[in-house]
Design a protein around this ligand. Sequence first.
Ligand SMILES: *[C@@H]1O[C@H](CO)[C@@H](O)[C@H](O)[C@H]1NC(C)=O
Ligand SMILES: *[C@@H]1O[C@H](CO)[C@@H](O)[C@H](O)[C@H]1NC(C)=O
Ligand SMILES: *[C@@H]1O[C@H](CO)[C@@H](O)[C@H](O)[C@H]1NC(C)=O
Ligand SMILES: *[C@@H]1O[C@H](CO)[C@@H](O)[C@H](O)[C@H]1NC(C)=O
Length: 648
Amino acid sequence: MLIQKLLTSIALLLAGVDAQTLAPKKYHTLPLGTVRSAGWLQQQLDIQTRGLAGQQINFYPFASNTDWTGGTAPYSSLEEAGSYWFNAMVPNAVLTNDTFLLSKVRSLLEYVLDHQEAGGWLGPEVGTSKPRYLWGRYPFFFGAIGLTEAFPEYTPRVVDALYRFTGLANTMLRSGGNANQTGVEPWTATRWEDYVMTLQWLFDNHPRSGTNQTLLIDTMQRLKYTGVPWEKVFATANFPTIAVDRMPNPFPVLTWHGVNMAEGLKALPSTYRFTKNQTDLNVASSSWDLLFRYHGRPSGIYNADEYLAGLEATRGSELCIVVEAMFSGSYLYQVIGDLKYADRVERITYNALPATLTAVRPAAEPDRSEELNPSPWAGTVIGPYSNVFGLEPNYPCCTVNFGQGYPKFISNSFLTTPDLASLLQIYLGPFSTKATLTGGNSVTANVDTLYPFSDTLTTTITATRAFTWVVGGTIAINGGLARALSPSNGLQSVAAGAGTTTFVLNLPAVITVENRVRGSVAIHRGPLHYALDITRRTSTIKQNAQQPLAKDLQLDPTSSWQYAIDPSTVKFVAKSVTSLPSPVYDSGLPPFSITVSACLISWGTAGDTWTAPVPQSPVACTGARTTLTLTPYGATRLRISEFPVMRV
Ligand SMILES: *[C@@H]1O[C@H](CO)[C@@H](O)[C@H](O)[C@H]1NC(C)=O
Ligand SMILES: *[C@@H]1O[C@H](CO)[C@@H](O)[C@H](O)[C@H]1NC(C)=O
Ligand SMILES: *[C@@H]1O[C@H](CO)[C@@H](O)[C@H](O)[C@H]1NC(C)=O
Ligand SMILES: *[C@@H]1O[C@H](CO)[C@@H](O)[C@H](O)[C@H]1NC(C)=O
């Protein structure tokens, strides 16, 4: 697979492709299935496979809608649900090798390919009177590409179907004027980058000569020019620096929608590949910084309960934003090579992602003991029910979409340089990979670690020939003394000889205090953010009739949360453990905590989110000093993580 890729790019180079080239990506992904997780991360994947992500097709109508096939294929249309579901479940199925999910995703792919219309259109619709919109197909394309990587026998059919579809899409985009004919409605207009990336996958991996290549580039350009101008939306002069609730948007209103922005983060790096305009990359980089400076949360993600929502801790982030921003950050790193993207993806994955899911540990049925529920947290815009951990609070999109989070993080954790001489580990965690590098060098790497619940990662590499391994953190190679890292561009190179190389990466971290609104603070150590885990009473508001494990939960606090802290007293506490419970992200389970001196203060409640905005610091104590224990944010369900500072 990898060698084929290399030969293809040489062939491309020699053919010259008449000035119609794409700028290369800095780093390449490995085919789906070659990078796998281990340890706690693999357990997390198994939990979601046995939980809501993997099981919803059995009972959840949005994912298993049978309308358009008369009940013969249990899938919803490619309008939204089926497509999102497929995009998430392809990597989930491949990385868990789950027989049930593999059969479902494979039969969906086969069904769609078998039913491609003569004109090229892909994916049956719910009802036939609806106008044809392009977007719903885009997440399906990502899933289809993943299946060609895991099962190369699909490649010719998928590639052919995509070329045929593109012939039609190009005609639709040319027709202009009538929105229904062009296939571009307001959502499609914001999400064009996903199709551009698919076209670039065809261009890079399955080029065809002549007009077919022109067709790809022409379609990329038309998608951009019929879509929203992300280079302007993301430009510094236009970028909203406060919650947009009452701000007029000079661009189409959906451009400040949280999920569209999370997906739209891929627009400028994908555009750059055909415009080769450095401004596109500059704006991609500056807008990433602006987004998190003005809307970022200590959990790594940004505030957008529906639209961009500023810095207040009483606002929230939709779960779809979490998983889409992770995927976009991975892609930004692959095109641009700046580690700030990778660092933030890791932070989102180890904090915001588990925090938006519930982790219910073994109950009565051992086979189906765990369940994950997505919970988009909402503030004022989409209503209080979005605060609920549940099957589909407010809107069902995240239920079908959230499953992509962990699997895509895992598949993007290792990359190669374009010359295939080096293997890069971008995300730190328990992973393993088996790749073929240049010259047929067959390499395996296993990273044995409890990270982020440990500071130490032991990596064992075997290779048939010497190559370069690149990673971030101190390092001890083959049992030698630990020495400081000497990273270049944030990356540490390790020369891995033929045979076995083992190295131990030690990343002792200091506690950092982040300044938040009105003098409040947030506490971090290494990749983890820390929060007060408020004890809670859990009640079930709703229960799914077919699947009683799918519950909507209301959590009410049963302990005080109105604390101010003295950040100068933080102390890290690590239990010595050799393994982690599964799932690790739940109350009291992670081995790490931080203690801090605190006192009760006067801090009111407000409306549906139950806490009023954090008061201005410093704040006078109303009670005696006490010691609070903060735990990793992702392991808490009701939490305070942005604290006022006590007056001392
Ligand atoms: C996946 O499972 C099948 C049997 O169902 C087995 O033949 C195959 O080796 C497994 N693949 C991996 C990568 O574990
Ligand atoms: C698109 O199609 C819908 C449904 O057929 C129709 O109501 C709407 O007016 C059409 N819009 C345009 C711009 O033609
Ligand atoms: C595109 O490629 C296919 C297969 O190689 C070929 O049948 C078709 O004619 C080409 N289309 C154009 C417009 O060149
Ligand atoms: C590059 O992009 C910027 C911002 O969109 C634009 O103003 C400029 O004209 C572009 N440059 C070229 C050479 O197209």
